[in-house]
Ligand binder design. Structure first.
Ligand code: GLU
Length: 481
């Protein structure tokens, strides 16, 4: 055995500590589960730059079972949109066993897509001419998430099709309540058992979780397999419903969107960080892997993975706040202009941002402009050290010219990477009806010196300030945070 790196050694430590726990029972639903070696145990952690740390029984494959539910649901949501899918399946924790033959009496829908009732409904909504095509689309998606082609365990699928009377009963109930996307309950069951029979190992599970953690981009292949808005919705449902009955305890103590399956697998996504997975066949009374649960609980605690843990209380998004008097352009000015800039240069703001510009950062910028209104002639917002601008922040920055008299020609955004435009063109972020405002948007330029010089021209009262080459003027619409 080659020696472990520090992170792999940590996983091994967690694995070895849990080996002594032999409590719980294997699932008996189909022979493939009942015959699994109960002592097997593997843990894996996949990073968003595509490295997988794995220890224990990492190469043994088992069926996905309920771990397929978030993915089939994601496909239904991608196909039909959140609203249409929610007409068939709700998103509330159920507090019931995963295979309860039940529909909520208040909403007349299955409570969520992580229990069998909601999962059967979701699978039946996936687009496809027949159950095989629907199942094949789920298989293809899961393969994209794992970064390799996954196979169906045909024996496991056949066995579950034969023994799945509870799922059949649920599918009939769904049909009776108008919550099935197909006319024949058997079609829903047929596609569902195939997705449950997809074969994965614990590394695959960690990579699948990491793909969700990465907003839908597989860290191994670099391919986008799901849109970010779909992932956000699916992770939300996994956070509150993924671990069956004990949802409140799970969120409070582990705090990760996760899913378990009765083959003994458990995966959890740490948004924007990594994916973790554990697999060991013995289950607790809720159908969750005993050792897998212990491992993910421990990793969450020891690696500070709880998604609601506030790691740093709001690092100031504005890295520096100066004026043109302190941050002049390199442009040669005649003695008269130089004297005027020396006198009036302070009637400006030069704000340099860094990191990710979330809504609160844009609010800080707007407030800085609003608070120094008196005599303010020009504003430069420098985004060169910014990694990302979220759409809500971009909308607010686009409306920034409205915060000072004179509008768009007085606000210059230095944005060589086109972050503002990129955020505004993100799906669902743009209100096309919001244009046509009297105020123009900011002048977006690629070069900071160009922006400073243009801002100086404004302070000097030059309305015909030359625009930097290739400037794009962003339309100034109403902010819709
Ligand atoms: N195939 C199983 C069933 O439908 C999946 C259950 C689970 O993994 O929780 O009963």
């Amino acid at each position: 055995m080659t020696s472990d790196g520090l992170v792999t050694a940590h996983l091994r430590h967690v694995l070895e500590d849990s080996l002594a726990d032999t409590s719980g029972e294997r699932a008996t639903d189909v022979p493939q589960l009942a015959d699994a070696d109960p002592d097997l145990f593997g843990i894996a952690l996949a990073t968003l730059d595509g490295h997988v740390h794995a220890v224990g029984d990492v190469d043994v494959r088992a069926t996905l079972q309920s771990l397929s539910k978030p993915f089939a649901y994601a496909l239904a949501v991608a196909d039909l949109g959140v609203d249409e899918v929610r007409r068939h399946v709700d998103v509330e924790p159920s507090g019931e066993p995963f295979d309860a033959i039940s529909i909520s009496p208040t909403t007349d829908r299955p409570r969520n897509p992580m229990i069998n009732a909601g999962a059967l409904a979701a699978t039946s909504l996936v687009r496809g001419a027949d159950p095989d095509e629907r199942a094949e689309r789920v298989r293809a998606l899961c393969s994209g998430l794992a970064g390799r082609e996954l196979d169906v365990d045909e024996d496991a699928a056949a066995a579950e099709l034969e023994s799945g009377q509870r799922n059949r009963a649920i599918a009939h109930l769904l049909l009776a309540h108008g919550r099935l996307g197909v006319d024949d309950p058997e079609d829903a069951v047929r596609a569902y058992v195939r997705q449950c029979a997809l074969l994965v190992d614990v590394r695959d599970l960690a990579v699948m979780a990491a793909t969700l953690a990465g907003g839908g981009v597989n860290p191994l292949t670099g391919r986008r397999v799901l849109e970010t808005w779909v992932v956000r919705h699916v992770l939300s449902v996994m956070l509150t419903c993924g671990m069956y009955d004990a949802a409140g305890d799970w969120v409070a103590t582990v705090g990760l969107p996760a899913k378990s399956g009765i083959s003994g697998g458990l995966m959890a996504a740490v948004p924007a960080e990594l994916g973790v997975a554990a697999w060991s066949p013995r289950l607790d009374p809720h159908g969750r892997s005993v050792r897998g649960l212990a491992a993910v609980r421990r990793l969450s605690a020891e690696m500070d993975l709880h998604t609601l843990h506030v790691h740093r209380g709001g690092r100031p998004p504005v890295r520096s706040s100066t004026t043109l008097a302190d941050s002049p352009s390199s442009r040669e000015r005649g003695p008269e202009d130089a004297a005027r800039l020396a006198r009036d240069g302070h009637r400006s703001l030069v704000l340099a941002l860094h990191g990710d510009v979330l809504f609160a950062a844009a609010e800080r910028v707007v407030r800085a402009v609003e608070e120094s209104q008196e005599g303010l002639e020009a504003v430069v917002v420098d985004l060169r050290a910014v990694d990302e601008v979220v759409p809500a922040a971009a909308r607010l920055l686009r409306a920034l010219p409205r915060a000072l008299p004179g509008g768009g020609r007085r606000v210059f955004v230095v944005d060589p990477a086109g972050l503002l435009d990129g955020a505004l063109s993100t799906q669902g972020s743009r209100d096309d009806g919001a244009g046509g405002d009297d105020d123009g948007g900011p002048v977006v330029v690629g070069d900071v010196d160009e922006a400073l010089a243009a801002a100086e021209d404004r302070v000097l009262g030059r309305a015909d300030a030359p625009r930097a080459q290739g400037d794009a003027e962003v339309d100034g619409g109403a902010p819709r945070p």
